[in-house]
Design a protein around this ligand. Structure first.
Ligand code: GLA
Length: 701
């Protein structure tokens, strides 16, 4: 009897079996794979995770040059272990090469409460010397005989994160890969959605498998479709330029790739990802994120103590929770008054801030605000005392390293540098005890990889080792400051992956805060990451109507990043209304369930509509953003079918809809009459870059 191994995520699964030679074969992936059986000899099923030499027709997910020069690997099953705890089932399938003392463990964690499977490899060997691991994808499921669509979010670099592309796959290999080492997700989000079938997947229909790679380094997702309709999907760390030399007895763990299969479209897939991230993948998931008021776009580097305190007065008056001081507060010999110097010298600039951070923190507290601070602990400016003292602390090889934003990346593989970087957060927080919020930034990629901490023949280990060390650094800082709210930023959303998020409360979604473009970015972001992690601040970018900018930010973790002292009375009123709406709706936005109701990408769509609905289905907030001009003739209203309301089964059928208006002329809330069973909301188009916001509450029968 062939052994069957099923990884069961409740609504779907991955099933493998072992053939008569001990080879792992894939029985199935999807809902049926939960209870798969071997109906024909196991050897007839496709290899589950082919190694180099086994599949002459495709690239393979695992490629190793063994210590003796052998290029092929052929793994045989040794045994499997399953541990169940509470919600999660852990499955480890141990394999060993037929000839070489080379072991690969296929690891899975299945969370049946959310329908998520995480998968990764652990590679370890006892050969006579190091082996070179040249390809090490974490997953490689095979799909047979279908048509496939792929949605990915390849950005174009800074301020262009989450640009969506959806395409039908054609024969050949489609590769989504990122580079740069430190902020790779600016170029490509580590996420892809595979539509399984001829029909396009909608928000509520169709089978889709979502992939999210938990890795703060370079990522590669590849869909290899053959003319016969078989598709192998590989995902994991990007091995290009990162071939890993692995010593005997040491383990290479590949990134965890999280997968969600839904038979009910993109909306269900996203809610599963969100539930899972809220359950295990983010710090203090149940803590309401604060309303943050940041000084960056208000002042850039041009501030002093008094100007900041002036902004604090406005922030307090407006009802903010945190005043976040961004870049520019440090550097004495090389004051950070521009982005060309000072990184690494984390001492307060007492010319700008005579009382230092402590006086600012105190000033914030006096006004009922928490204080937050920006750091960039992994970086150094060549014009800094730190670089003068430790020119050997940076990532580089024998060439003069290229600068980017006039800075270099510190080499966290060195223990002294690792301790220094961890100490940056510790000492900054110690300078102003009571600081409640940290924004951790990283503003350059790696251009000239090289490390003095690695032997000459291990230089290409840098990408993998650096991603691991960075994760360890984040973990250390998070553990040292358990109550500090932390935002992860890398020139915007350069590090948005579910593994890094475990050490943070939220991410800075993008430096692009033009609300028109943010609607689309936030739409893309929401496919995997929940709104409580999506920092969205009102700024002047794009010069859009302020109420529109507020409405867009209100559908994420709300805040401001504009010169509050320069607001005219009408603008101030809009911001006040926005804060009042935030108080009413942020709990729903942050903890409700997302329903995307009208896509900005849909044909003839006037814009985007989304809703956050309470768990009980009795309360919802709906945001509608008009992005296109309204038609000159024809209907000026759009009927929005609502979803997710009254889902408790016995739930109420009648809802009251309140329109929450932000425009200066109106009262805060216009209450509309109680509706009959409310299944459709009528959105009256009002013009490009206008928004509608409704609060729907159940009327008890
Ligand atoms: C990056 C961040 C911005 C800001 C600046 C400061 O670009 O994304 O939000 O913090 O750095 O230099």
């Amino acid at each position: 009897m062939d052994e069957v191994i099923c990884v069961d995520a409740g609504s779907w699964g991955i099933a493998w079996c072992v053939d008569h030679e001990g080879r792992l074969r894939q029985l199935g992936v999807g809902p049926d794979a939960r209870r798969a059986t071997v109906d024909v000899p196991a050897a007839f099923y496709p290899l589950a995770h082919p190694c180099w030499g086994e599949d002459p027709l495709r690239d393979t997910p695992l490629r190793v040059t063994h210590a003796d020069g052998m290029l092929t690997t052929r793994l045989a099953h040794q045994g499997s272990r399953v541990d169940v705890d509470d919600m999660v089932t852990r499955t480890v399938i141990e394999t060993r090469d037929e000839i070489q003392p080379f072991t690969v463990r296929f690891c899975f964690e299945a969370d049946a409460s959310c329908g998520v499977i995480e998968a990764w490899l652990e590679i370890v060997h006892h050969e006579t010397g190091p082996v070179l691991v040249q390809a090490y994808d974490s997953i490689s499921p095979l799909f047979v005989g279908g048509e496939f669509g792929l949605t990915h979010f390849g950005g174009g670099g800074w301020a262009q994160e989450w640009a969506p592309t959806s395409e039908r796959l054609t024969p050949g290999t489609k590769v989504i890969d990122s580079f740069g080492g430190i902020q790779p997700h600016l170029q490509r989000s580590p996420v892809a959605l595979l539509a399984l079938g001829r029909e396009p997947v909608t928000e509520t229909t169709g089978a889709v498998l979502g992939f999210s790679v938990g890795w703060c380094g370079n990522v590669r997702l590849a869909a290899d479709l053959r003319l016969d309709g078989t598709l192998r999907f590989r995902a994991g760390a990007n091995p290009v330029g990162a071939e890993y030399r692995l010593d005997p007895g040491t383990t290479l763990s590949t990134p965890k790739v999280a997968m969600v299969w839904s038979e009910a479209g993109l909306g269900d897939m996203s809610r599963r990802f969100h539930d899972w991230i809220a359950r295990t993948g983010v710090r203090q998931p149940d803590r309401l994120r604060p309303l943050v008021i940041n000084n960056w776009e208000a002042t850039f580097f041009d501030f002093d103590h008094d100007r900041l305190v002036g902004l604090m007065d406005r922030a307090a008056d407006l009802g903010g929770n945190v005043f976040l001081l961004d870049d520019g507060w440090f550097g004495t010999t090389f004051p950070r008054n521009d982005d060309d110097q000072g990184l690494g010298d984390w001492q307060e600039n007492t010319e700008k801030l005579p009382g230092g951070l402590a006086a600012l923190c105190e000033a914030a507290h006096k006004r009922g605000l928490d204080f937050g601070i920006w750091v960039e602990p992994e970086m150094v400016s060549p014009r800094s005392e730190l670089y003068g003292a430790h020119p050997d602390w940076v990532i580089r090889d024998a060439r003069q390293p290229r600068e980017h934003r006039q800075q270099l990346a510190l080499d966290l593989l060195r223990d002294d540098v690792f301790d220094f970087a961890a100490g940056v957060v510790d000492s900054t927080l110690a300078a102003a005890p009571g600081t409640a919020y940290v924004k951790w930034d990283a503003n350059r990629s790696i251009s000239d990889p090289g490390s003095t901490a690695l032997a000459n023949d291990r230089q290409s280990n840098l990408n993998v080792d650096l991603a691991r060390r960075t994760d360890a650094l984040m973990a250390r800082v998070a553990a040292a400051h358990p109550d500090t709210v932390m935002m992860l930023c890398a020139s915007g959303g350069g590090r948005v992956d579910h593994a890094s998020l475990r050490h943070f409360h939220e991410v800075w979604t993008s430096d692009n805060t033009d609300p028109v473009e943010r609607v689309v970015m936030q739409w893309g972001f929401s496919h995997v990451f929940p709104a409580r992690t999506m920092a969205a601040h009102v700024t002047r970018m794009g010069d859009r109507p302020l109420e529109f900018a507020c409405a867009v930010a209100l559908s994420g973790r709300f805040g401001f990043d504009l010169d509050l002292a320069a607001l005219d009375p009408d603008e101030l009123r809009i911001c006040r209304h926005a804060v009042a709406v935030a108080r009413l709706t942020q709990p729903l936005v942050q903890f409700g369930r997302l329903h995307r109701l009208l896509s900005p990408a849909a044909a003839d769509s006037p814009g985007a509509v989304l809703a956050y609905v309470s768990d009980q289905g009795d309360l919802a907030v709906v945001f509608a953003y008009q992005l296109q001009d309204r038609p000159t003739d024809g209907d000026q209203s759009v009927e929005i079918p609502l979803a997710g309301l009254g889902t408790s089964g016995t739930g109420p059928a009648r809802f009251r809809a309140q329109q929450l208006r932000l425009d200066a002329g109106a009262a805060s809330f216009d209450v509309e009459p109680v509706g009959a069973p409310l299944e459709v909301l009528t959105w009256e188009l009002a013009g490009r870059h206008t928004a509608g916001t409704w609060l729907l509450s159940a009327v008890t029968r």
